[in-house]
Design a protein around this ligand. Structure first.
Ligand SMILES: [Zn+2]
Length: 131
């Protein structure tokens, strides 16, 4: 007789084995499967987080270098050549007709072709350069 999988039969998220009937909240067939699943998901999360923070770090490096050089405005094409990735910033919001963005404490306005008014915010509690 052919085994037919019921449409909403619950299966273990790790190994895919059918789960015993009864508890609908159950997701794994065993503790081993549960911990294997969580370990893998955690590793995936760590890798993804490291990848995104790497991009943000690079963006921050490029922008702080420009601030130190006294550059207040730069074409997006030039930024891209420096390795900047504008898809990843820490904030962007529309204030009136301006798009004001931050990469951590560096603030700038974004237009379709360039970024401008590049500056570094003064923050309360900022570490002192003299110490
Ligand atoms: Zn399992």
């Amino acid at each position: 007789m052919k085994y037919v999988l019921e449409e909403n039969e619950a299966r273990c998220l790790e190994c895919g084995d059918p789960l015993p009937y009864g508890r609908s909240d159950r997701k794994y067939c065993s503790d081993r499967c549960r911990s294997r699943y969580h370990n893998r998901e955690h590793l995936r999360w760590r890798r993804r987080f490291a990848w995104v923070t790497g991009i943000l770090e690079r963006n921050y490096e490029i922008l702080s270098h420009l601030v130190r050089m006294g550059v207040a405005s730069i074409a997006k094409t030039d930024l891209a050549q420096l390795g900047y990735n504008g898809e990843f910033l820490t904030s962007c919001r529309k204030i009136g007709r301006r798009m004001v963005c931050h990469c951590f404490d560096i603030r700038f306005e974004e237009t379709p072709s360039k970024i401008q008014h590049l500056s570094q915010d003064r923050l309360a509690g900022e570490p002192d350069d003299n110490h």
